[in-house]
Ligand binder design. Structure first.
Ligand SMILES: C[S@@+](CC[C@H](N)C(=O)[O-])C[C@H]1O[C@@H](n2cnc3c(N)ncnc32)[C@H](O)[C@@H]1O
Length: 308
């Protein structure tokens, strides 16, 4: 999750609107040219609205990395990546890391899980630059290709990947159907989607506090209920759809992050963010714990397979 709030300028909002428009037009053009598979009109309309994330500035990125560990913008680090791949053999696989952030998971998939090649994509050039750095430090340039993409249809041919990995990314999409339709398209027959994301459990006070807080920060999150994930995956053609509730694990990790923000990381965060920024960071970490423990939000691991 994102402990810091970038300021969204009007220039960014304009760029955002322009990107939405261009991706919608682009998709229509590609459907007309027959370069992408069967997509219905609803998907075309929705894909134009595939939402892009907040552009993290360097200070935000550094802060999030302090809390979540080298290479990560979400909780759990390498251990959570390994957990997601439990009983899923990544050895030799061609993987798409969609919304790769700082590249920690891409490195872990190669180094710890034996993936053959990872294509790590993101729409944010700031985070991607950090991912590239991490890939170089680990000497994995021949095994991990980083790529800046535009929001909208994925720039890959159908049936390109064995596995699509995606953590804490779907929460940035207003519409899940075009997202999973695209993921299904780029997976090979029998390919697997694996990931973890925030989900809305109940529209209670804890959820509302969390959602309002993020909106006040100008962030664009869309928390869907688990049945919305399930319906969108089914409608996209996925089979063997599985969910595992990871909310308790995330609550424990979020409590640990809050303790660190209040304790061992306090001086470093104060220095980086100043007093006001630090207070916001504490507030954010606290609201997240409350939203998880109050069962307003949760996190689920998901897995689904393209028919063979
Ligand atoms: C919370 S971060 C998670 C990053 C990484 N998966 C991790 O777990 O550390 C969400 C990431 O998704 C990226 N993102 C948002 N919308 C995207 C899109 N349409 N396509 C690709 N990446 C996107 C953001 O730029 C950001 O890096």
């Amino acid at each position: 999750m994102n402990p810091q709030a970038p300021q969204i300028s009007s220039a960014l909002i304009e760029t955002t609107a322009a990107k939405r428009m261009s991706s919608a037009f682009d998709l229509v053009a590609r459907v007309s040219a027959g370069s992408i598979g069967p997509v219905n009109l609803c998907n075309i309309a929705c894909a134009g609205l595939m939402i892009m994330a907040n552009n993290y500035d360097q200070k935000n990125i550094a802060t999030m990395e302090m809390v979540y560990g080298k290479g990560y913008l979400s909780a759990g680090g390498d251990a959570e990546v390994a957990d997601l791949f439990h009983e899923l053999d990544a050895r030799g696989a061609s993987v798409l890391d969609l919304g790769c952030g700082l590249g920690g998971a891409a490195v872990s998939m190669i180094r710890d899980l034996g993936a053959g090649h990872v294509t790590a994509v993101d729409i944010d050039s700031n985070v991607l630059a950090r991912a590239e750095e991490l890939v170089k430090i680990n000497g994995l340039q021949s095994r991990i290709a980083t790529r800046l993409i535009e929001p909208g249809p994925l720039p890959f041919d159908p049936g390109r990947f064995d596995i699509v990995y995606m953590t804490a990314v779907a929460c940035h999409f207003e519409y899940l159907l075009p997202l999973f339709t695209e993921i299904h398209r780029v997976l090979k027959p029998s390919g697997t989607l694996v990931g973890r994301d925030w989900i809305k459990i109940a529209c209670n006070q804890e959820y509302t506090n969390w959602d309002n807080f993020l909106r006040e920060q100008g962030l664009n999150f869309f928390f869907a209920e688990i049945n919305m994930f399930s319906h969108a995956m089914k409608a996209s053609g996925f089979l063997d759809i599985e969910f595992v509730d990871k909310t308790e694990t995330m609550e424990a990790l979020s409590q640990k992050a809050l303790d660190q923000v209040n304790g061992s990381l306090k001086d470093a965060l104060l220095e980086k963010l100043g007093g006001k920024g630090y207070e916001e960071c504490v507030q954010w970490a606290r609201i997240r714990v409350t939203a998880l423990s109050g069962k307003g939000i949760g996190q689920y691991r998901f897995r689904a397979r393209v028919p063979g």
